[in-house]
Design a binder for this molecule. Structure first.
Ligand SMILES: Nc1ncnc2c1ncn2[C@@H]1O[C@H](COP(=O)(O)OP(=O)(O)O)[C@@H](O)[C@H]1O
Ligand SMILES: [Mg+2]
Length: 510
């Protein structure tokens, strides 16, 4: 694509061009890159400021790798530049616009569905994609845990929630080339704030709930809510891609986010709820350790839903997915059929069974709210003691640490505090901040709980104590395939570690 055509996609004209004498607007741009290590000859390098580094420090490397031009926000001072540099006011929006143009505006030819919220985004996104697939729509799916397209599923190994706009648009292009008609994109508040889904032209916006998370990044709950609201502001009642998509906002009537988000919606709202008179609601709910069953009441129909997903919050997630599918014309019978086939999402309430006399559950709960909900679900399903092994990530929301300690103290009979992803923080310090929340309500280390940084040893400590009828919850890592200690990303899988330990102690060779 010619540079001049790419630049035409910028919303604000570039503010200035440096070293413009060597800039050829007719030059063919072969690739876009925001990571200088991925620059190719003839590429355009987009210098994005990150949390750790600033792309503007890597202009020389980009030039060395053959970039023909770079683009970014104004440079700090006049310096001799190794390649032509185009200045823009907002580089993240520019990155998204360039990516849209480079990949031929794929979102314009797909019905796009964005799913946001604090907890349940990945689950709900997967459910929506299953329902659309069951209805016969070829659907692309992009989440923190997995990608799906054309019957293939692969893991998201990037450890980044919403990818950068470049990867988002690239995936949408790939989906379109694979003849997808729909795309479901898990949309974090980070992603929204950083313009990563700019240009997705969402037809449908879905919210699960909004509670305490990521306050390190957004600073206040208000800023966090505003970030989530952006998804709904982006929904345009006049949008018509000619695909038969029906613009709609899917809101949770049971959650505080309902009142917060409603004023931002210019498109029709379809709300769902368990405890309120919503347009899509669940009644006669039956929960047990192996599945969930309820009747869903739709505006013009009612049907029985049976699924293997466990836990009350999954009723909410199902309702969000049902409302979304229903809004796009999927029939109640197909919805029921789709949810019956769902096996559960990797690392979400996943049961590990190696013949041990107690239950082991791996769950991704890593916020105070989700930890509390998971423990509340497991309590009535546990005849013996309820134990949990958990931690809290380093270099992320620090306010939640004591809250998580307090919740474990209030809701579990015994717990082990351990590493989640300490990153470059002091591991022991993180553990003691969590412990402080438990100690504040009278729990004692060594008696009611342990602090063991090494996660393998921590899991072992819980298993050693577990007796018949007990439940051990391993929380916080879910499907993740790595643990970040220092700057190193080490291979890790809670399920594998648990399976191995249980197999060695209780397993019968099958
Ligand atoms: N609707 C919900 N409300 C509260 N907690 C939830 C909900 N759905 C899932 N969870 C909890 O959050 C964890 C992460 O679920 P996931 O679907 O991956 O959410 P997200 O993608 O928003 O992080 C689950 O393992 C479960 O413990
Ligand atoms: Mg997720």
């Amino acid at each position: 694509m010619q540079l001049q055509h790419l630049l035409a996609a910028l919303e604000q004209p570039s503010t200035s061009m440096q070293q413009s004498d060597s800039l050829d607007l007719h030059s063919e741009i072969t690739a876009l890159a925001y990571d200088s290590r991925k620059v190719e000859a003839g590429g355009l390098f987009i210098a994005v400021p990150g949390t750790h580094t600033d792309g503007r420090h890597f202009l020389a490397e980009a030039a060395r790798r053959g970039a023909s031009v770079a683009l970014g926000e104004p440079l700090p001072d006049s310096q001799t530049l190794p390649l032509p540099y185009i200045e823009v006011r907002d580089v993240r929006t520019a990155l998204a616009n360039l990516a849209c143009a480079f990949y031929g505006y794929p979102a314009q030819q797909l019905c796009t569905i964005g799913v946001t919220g604090t907890d349940g985004k990945t689950t709900t996104s997967n459910l929506i994609s299953t329902l659309l697939e069951t209805a016969g729509y070829n659907t692309g799916l992009m989440t923190t845990a997995n990608f799906k397209l054309s019957g293939q599923e692969w893991e998201n190994a990037t450890r980044q929630s919403t990818l950068e706009a470049l990867e988002v648009q690239q995936f949408l292009r790939r989906a379109l080339d694979a003849r997808a008609t729909h795309a479901v994109v898990e949309t974090t508040s980070h992603g929204l704030a950083l313009q990563r889904v700019h240009g997705c032209n969402f037809d449908v916006g879905v919210v699960t709930n909004i509670t305490h998370e990521h306050l390190d990044f957004h600073k206040t709950i208000d800023a966090y809510r505003r970030a989530k609201a952006r998804l709904f502001e982006m929904l345009d009642p006049a949008r018509d891609k000619g695909l038969g998509a029906r613009p709609v906002a899917i809101l949770n009537r049971d959650d505080v986010s309902y009142e917060v988000l409603k004023p931002y919606c210019r498109v029709p709202i379809l709300d769902y709820g368990i405890n309120s008179a919503a347009a899509v609601r669940a009644i006669d709910i039956r929960l047990d350790a192996y599945g969930t069953r309820f009747r869903v009441v739709l505006p013009d129909a009612e049907c029985l839903i049976e699924t293997q997903l466990v836990g009350g919050f999954n009723v909410s997630n199902c309702l969000a997915a049902i409302a979304t599918a229903y809004s796009q014309g999927v029939s109640p019978a197909v919805i029921a059929q789709g949810l019956a086939t769902v096996k559960g999402v990797a690392g979400r309430m996943e049961r590990i069974d190696e013949g041990q006399p107690f239950s082991v559950i791996v769950d991704y709960a890593h916020t105070p709210d989700s930890l509390e909900k998971v423990l509340a679900i497991l309590r009535p399903l546990t005849s013996g003691k309820l134990m949990v092994v958990f931690g809290s990530a380093g270099e992320r929301d620090v306010q939640k640490r004591p809250l998580m300690g307090r919740i474990a103290a209030q809701m579990a009979d015994f717990f082990v505090i351990t590493d989640e992803d300490p990153r470059e923080e002091d591991r022991e310090q993180i553990l003691s901040e969590i412990a402080a929340g438990a100690e504040a309500i009278g729990k004692r280390q060594g008696h009611d709980f342990l602090c063991i940084p090494d996660r393998t040893t921590a899991i072992q400590a819980a298993f050693t104590r577990a007796k018949r009828g007990d439940t051990v919850l391993l929380a916080g890592k879910g499907h993740e395939q790595s643990i970040i200690i220092g700057r190193e990303k080490l291979p890790w899988d809670d399920r594998q570690v648990a399976r191995k330990q249980l197999h060695n102690n209780f397993g019968v060779d099958r």
